[in-house]
Design a protein around this ligand. Structure first.
Ligand code: ADP
Ligand code: MG
Length: 251
């Protein structure tokens, strides 16, 4: 079932159009990879899904994004709620300069609901386990998250997102700043999370996209060129631009 649908979505930075008439549907409990050369609009598009572009001055958006059937740009949309339901993970791990424990509970403390210490302990453990970093950090939850390696920091950031129980996780090149071993661990972890979450992931890593994603969308110059099951995109692309990009013949 489609959980997110964008219809005729245009985005302008000032006068400059960065997205042209994007029509795409994302499906529940799948990983969708967004690929394409630098500057083609992948991050911009990802940010339209949880309205992170609202924070950038001079942005104009036309068209529609529906999330669970609701127009997210409609006046009745609660943007704080939207961002809770669509967690985001960035290229550079961005833990806050406090303890691992407080990083994971950060989003919970912004909510109205209050939790007991036992409940928080449990959420911290579950989230760090789901993010495959529990064994690394269980004996030092009160240490600064900044003392961890890059790969561990990124997994703690993913745990921080999981703690608020989002429906969707948006990932913008989540492993590209990491070494191959850390990157591989995160990739396996994301694959396992697919049971419970819908994920949309920008990646420059073609083997990674082909290993873990169900569908792949290829962007070029602000256009969505081709969108299909990942196997089709990599084995039998319909558009010459897609073929040139995935075979590295590009530009
Ligand atoms: N905050 C911004 N202000 C103005 N232009 C931007 C901004 N962010 C991105 N752009 C432009 O929009 C286009 C798409 O950028 P981006 O979405 O970052 O591409 P990608 O993630 O595919 O590398 C690029 O031409 C980029 O220069
Ligand atoms: Mg980008």
């Amino acid at each position: 079932m489609a959980i997110i649908t964008s219809k005729d979505l245009d985005l302008f930075y000032g006068e400059k159009q960065a997205l042209n008439q994007i029509n795409i549907e994302f499906y529940e409990k799948e990983i969708t990879a967004l690929i394409g050369p630098s500057g083609c609009g992948k991050s911009t598009f990802l940010r339209t899904l949880n309205r992170m572009n609202d924070l950038i001055p001079g942005v104009t958006i036309n068209g529609e994004v529906q999330f669970n059937g609701q127009d997210i740009y409609g006046s009745s949309m609660d943007v704080v709620m939207l961002r809770k339901q669509m967690g985001m993970v960035f290229q550079q791990p961005n833990p806050f300069p406090f303890s691992i424990y407080d990083n994971v509970t950060y989003g919970l403390r912004l909510q109205q609901q209050t939790y007991t210490k036992e409940e928080l302990d449990q959420i911290v453990e579950e989230s760090l386990k789901a993010a495959a970093v529990w064994d690394d950090v269980k004996d030092k939850l009160n240490k600064s998250a900044l003392s961890l390696s890059g790969g561990q920091q990124q997994r703690v950031c993913i745990a921080r997102v999981l703690a608020v129980k989002p429906d969707v996780i948006l990932l913008d090149e989540p492993t590209s700043a990491l070494d191959p071993v850390s990157s591989g661990k995160i990739e396996e972890m994301l694959y396992d999370l697919k049971e419970d979450y819908t994920m949309i992931m920008v990646t420059h890593n073609m083997p990674q996209a082909s290993r873990i994603s169900d569908r792949t969308a290829f962007f070029l110059n602000g256009d969505l060129i081709e969108y299909a099951p990942t196997k089709e995109i990599f084995l039998n692309p319909k558009k010459i631009e897609t073929e040139n990009y995935i075979t590295g013949k590009f530009g």
